[in-house]
Structures are given as C-alpha cells and as structure tokens.
Design a protein around this ligand. Sequence first.
Ligand SMILES: Nc1ncnc2c1ncn2[C@@H]1O[C@H](COP(=O)(O)OP(=O)(O)O)[C@@H](O)[C@H]1O
Ligand SMILES: [Mg+2]
Length: 325
Amino acid sequence: MASEQMEYYKAKYQTLEDLPGVGPATASKLREIGFRTVEAVATATIHEMVSAGIGETTAEKVINAARKSMAITFVRGDELVKIRSNIRHLTTGCTSLDYLLGGGIESQSITEFYGEFGTGKSQICQQLCLTVQLPYEQGGLEGGALYIDTENTFRPERIIQMAPKFNLDPDEALRKIIFAEAYTSNHQTVLLENADEVIKENNIRLIVVDSVTSHFRSEYLGREMLAPRQQELNKHLHKLIRLSRAFNTAVAVTNQVMAQPDAFFAKVVKPVGGHIMGHTCHTRIFLRKGRSNLRIAKLVVSPFLPEGETPFRITERGVEGDEDY
Ligand SMILES: Nc1ncnc2c1ncn2[C@@H]1O[C@H](COP(=O)(O)OP(=O)(O)O)[C@@H](O)[C@H]1O
Ligand SMILES: [Mg+2]
C-alpha cells in the first residue's frame, strides 16, 4: 500500500534540472534565490521570481512545468474511495476531544492545534505519542511516533507519567518515540526531508511538529521577509502532507497565535502562518483556557465535521475529558 501511494504522489520531475527549459545556469540562479526544489518552484508566483531577477517568460515556463509535474492525476470516484479507505483515526486518548474530532485525528492529513501558551498543545501531542502505540481496536495505529520539538518542551518524564493510563509499559513506550530537536527552521526542514528512512524503519504512524511555525516566525522578520517565510513554510507543510500520505501516518502540528490587529474591542487571536497554514492544515483546533483549570477545544475547520466546542482537563494522568475519570 505504502509504495503504491508513494508513486501516486511523486512529482514527475525530481530536480530543477529535470524541468523542461531549465539548464544548469537557470537552475543555479533559482537555487541562489531560494527555489531549491520542484515543489518550491511549483508554489512560487511569477511576480516573486521576476522580482528576484528571473525573466518573465522563463519564470512562467518553469512554474507551469513544475505545477504540471506536481499535479495529481485524475482519478475516478471509486478509486478515490479506495485510496481514502486507508485513512484511519487515531484516538487522542481523551473522550471529549475524540467526540469533537469524530473519533480522533485522521491519517493522511495535518491536524493543527493552535492556542496561547499553556493551553495544552504540547500535552495533547505527547499523549498522542502514546495512543498511536495502542492496538487498532483501542483507537491506536500500532506504531511509533516521530516528535520534532522546536521549543524544547517534550518531557520523557511526562510520557512515563501518562503511560499507565493506556496500560503501556513506560520504557517500552519511550523506545517507540523517536525524538529530534530542531534548532532552526532550516534544521526543521532538513530533518523532515530526511525522515523517510526513519519513518519506515521505526514503523512511525504519527508525526508531531511542536511547534511548526515558531522558528519561521522568529527568523523571518519584517515585511520583506514575509514572502520567503511563507514559501519555506509552505514547502515544509507539503513535505509533511506527502509523508503522511506515503506512509499513512497521522500528523499533528502546533501553532502559536497572535493578536488580530484590527480587533479593537474584544481580544481576538488568530493562528500564525496566514493562508498557507489555513490551506494545508485540514483540521484546525483552537485551544483556550476556561474557568478553574478547564481547557476548551474548538473545532474551527474540518473537511467533514461541523464546528463545535468541548471542554477537557490536563491532569497528572494526562489529557482527559469528564468521561475519562
Ligand atoms: N504533570 C502534569 N500534571 C498536571 N498538569 C500538567 C502536567 N504537566 C503539564 N500540565 C499542565 O499543562 C499546561 C501546559 O500545557 P502545554 O501543552 O505545555 O501548553 P502549550 O504547549 O499549549 O504551551 C501547564 O500549564 C499545566 O497546567
Ligand atoms: Mg507547547
């Protein structure tokens, strides 16, 4: 199954030089201005390239070729059903969150948890690293987790503390979590670009990136950096989507929020990353603090579920709903 899906999503052209009309000179020019892969070219705009010094005709030609290369071929509806029938739900281990999500987070797409500091994003991600190890009958995916941490908040001690709730042996559970700390956005990108083997060898069924935007946000400062930042973030997120489809893994990412500048009265926050995050994260959940240690999860975007809200708690045992006591 995995290899079949890999073929399905693979780009026709692997390197810039493979693109029709791109010789070594154009390729090196493209790399120089930050378009290093066919995927990056495919998501570029003509304007972006022209302002970086590429001729308009060339820009148009290369972008079109790259886009064609990326395009998913047409499939019949019944074939699509077959492809989609491989999608599984991974339980969050919290009944109220599972209910909100229609059974858990889906494989083959990205689920985003966003909210202010301390709202439970990392706690949910760490709990998912345990539930992914559970048998299918219990809502797990019978595999391991790959955890990319950019904020240095992953705590093995917390995994050990939460493991008993899922009847998992703490040491064994830790062995099935592959951890990497990403020090820069570039490091984060490179880690994922080289993740295929690790995913295969360790039967990884969940990829966590906590947080997916923080490095991008702190490194690309100022208006003129916005376009390159969004381009790199887009590339990174698409790599995540491709990995999730190729290996049928679930992907959970966390994201910070920023105050909405045009909201004068109420305090309104929105997730970082603009329309790029909006378009690539298929399911988005907003977390906030409620009264007396309660947290509230709101399903903001879902391809197939209605909007909704549910309370949950973070306790010593883990992330829990009222039914979990
Ligand atoms: N062992 C624990 N027992 C109870 N609550 C905990 C424990 N560990 C963390 N928490 C709670 O989780 C909160 C942090 O959640 P976290 O997921 O790190 O937030 P975020 O990633 O959204 O910034 C803390 O404020 C604390 O209340
Ligand atoms: Mg966190």
